[in-house]
Structure formats: C-alpha cells, structure tokens
Design a protein around this ligand. Sequence first.
Ligand code: C6P
Length: 413
Amino acid sequence: MAAVEEAALDAKRIREDFPILSREMSGKPLVYLDSAATSQKPRRVIQAVTEFYERSNANVHRGVYELGAEATELFEGARATIAGFLGAPEPNSFVFTRGSTESINLVAHAWGRRFLEDGDQVLLTELEHHSNIVPWQLCARDTGAELSYVPITDDGLIDLDAVAASFTGRTRLVAITGQSNVLGTRPPIREIAEMAHEAGAKILVDAAQFASHNPVDVVELDVDFLTVAGHKMLGPTASGGLYGRPELLEEMDPFLGGGEMIMEVHPSTSTYKEPPWKFEAGTMNIAQEIGLAAAVDYLTEIGMKNVADHERELTAYALERLTAAGATVFGTHDPDLRGGAISFWFEDIHPHDLAQVLGDQGVAIRAGHHCAQILMRRLGVPATARASFHVYSTPEDVDALVEGLEAARQVFG
Ligand code: C6P
C-alpha cells in the first residue's frame, strides 16, 4: 500500500461531526466520495438551521417586532461572517444567492446585459462548468458579445501564454473557474486577474469548488466577482452568494425585480436599494444562509490551509492508488496543481456501470459529463467516473474505492 503523508487534520475525529456518515448505503457502510456534487453537513450546521426555525423564524428586513429584528440580525450577521471568510472589504459586497449558478446568472444579467456590446469578447476556458458557459451564451445572444475559450494543456492545466494569446482588444470579461469540478485543476487566478485588468477587462471567478477547499482572499486575488456555492462547503443547499467589487455592484442593474429590493415604486418606474439588497428580491433563503455561516465558522476553526493540505494528501494518495489499479486518471498527476476531484476511467467499463457497481458496495461516486461537456469533448470521452473529497474523507475511503473498482472489473470481465 502506498504511504500516506502525515495528516493535516484529524479526519476521523471530524467524521463524528457528520451524522450521515454513520449510515449505511446498499447495506454497506457509506463511503461518500461525491463531495464535489454536494458536501455533507456537520451537526453544527444542521443545528443552526433547526434552531433558527425553532427559535428565531421571521421574515427579515420587515417586522419591527423583536423576533423580526432577531432574524434580521442573524441574517445580516451571516453575511458579515461569509464576507469575512472571503476577505471581502465590506459585508455589503456579498450578495446572497442560491449558489454559483444563480450568482453567475446575476452577473451576466445585471452587469453583462448592461455593459457588454456587439463585438465585445467574454473569455472562458475549456474547463468551465455549464453554469459558467450557458449564462454567457444567453447574454451574448442578447448583446452581440462573442465567447472564446482558452484551450487547456493536455494535462488539463491553464497555461498563462494561452490566456495571453486569447485576449483581443475587445475582451471585457474573463469568466473562469477557480477549481475544475472534473479535473481539480486550479488556474493561476491572481496572474490571470492581473492580465485581465491590464487589458481593461473584469474577472469573474466561479469558486463553487475552489472556495470550499482553499483559503480565499478576494482582495489578494484582485478579482471583480467571485461566486460561492454554500452546499459544497458544508452548508445547506440553496445557500451561497456572490462577492462583487463594491463600485461594480453600485453601477449594475438589479437582477430580479420584486419586494424588498426597491426604495420607491411608481406606476412605470421604481428606485432601488443600495447593494447588496438591490439584488435580493423577495424572501431569501434565510435559514440556509444562517446555516452557511455556521459552516464557515466550522471551516474557519479547522483552518482552510489545513483543509487544502488534507485534500492534497488524499489526492496524492488517490492518484497513486488509482493509477496502480490500472485506471486512466485525467488531468495533471501533480497534487500541488490540483484539488480533490479526480476523474478517471477504465477503457472497457462505462463510468455509469462503474458507479452502479460501486454504489452497490456502499461507495458513492459520480459518473457522467459533470455538466462540463466542452471539457469532455476536449478529453475525448463522453463521461468519466469521479471521486471527490472533503474534510471528512480518509485514505480508507480511497481504499474502499479501489477495492470496489477491483470488484467492478471482475464483474465486467
Ligand atoms: N457542480 C458537480 O457535481 P450550484 O449547483 O449552482 O451551486 O453550482 C454549480 C457549479 C458551478 N461551477 C462549478 C465548478 C461546479 O462544480 C458547480 C456544481 C456539481 O460537479 C453539480 S453539477
């Protein structure tokens, strides 16, 4: 068996905080290796949501009674916690949304449709999730802007020369993943932000995967927009949001129209609140965002550097074991250049069959195109099997995966 490096955190202890990890699946102990799809939730997050409903539930920014004020304080407190976690200069630069998809749609709608013009370029990469492609296609259809894709290297990396070569005099936005959900690849965001700004463009980082597994500082990274998917960072589903550079949020159009985002409504026009409330129409996911703040506190206590180091160790171990088991592992095999989402396949077994056999053994992995069809075409495969980690993942999970793969290979001859 390959050696496991010294642990960055005590994953076995951490597992005790996650009630679901003690259940069985298909009559076997659950081995959860699908955290890139959604992470599991620690007891503290579940309790924060339950406690909100049991003790503090009221709508926010509305009721003048004590309960309403308490709910508002918790909700706005959650904003401050999450914004602080991202290194945002002020809590109000963080807009609550249902996650990365909604955040990118918000920018495409409220910034893109306002500022992009016929012939402008939006620069994406071949790594992108559909959430960071389709909103730009819709925006391009309405504005006449054009989409281009920075090609990846054969190792699944983003090469800075390829980025530089992709800029045109009309590049207005670089919209790029912080960490690929398929290959784990982490593009050099700081350098790309600098290139974007030198070219007079803005940069949006889809941090659905990145922010869940790495320390983030939006000021240090010098990004204009950064999206967060709360459910991938131990928080509830439909929690998350968008960091936006304050002056950009200021000049953007609203996103959804409705109650709570307005100052005054007249028969044919309205005036809007200041950001972030200008972008938060209707009743928000109050309990979920409060739950996300509890997740952020939990991750902060563990330390995001420890989270990243833990994933690096597991990734290194999994790359070694999967390769030894005869799997083709996509993307770079250098664990310093990638995070803990590992796509692999065996030439003779369809990834869905693999996932099915593993599922029967209690091992949960994802198979498919992972909402990244452009990347699948670049890799030359219709689908991959994917194992992905979080703080509760252990080398024993990887061992169970490899044992399951060996069993699957026997089943499929
Ligand atoms: N990827 C996966 O299994 P939402 O669902 O809106 O919170 O996040 C969408 C999204 C955007 N960008 C990246 C890089 C992502 O990985 C995801 C979600 C899941 O890979 C579900 S498809």
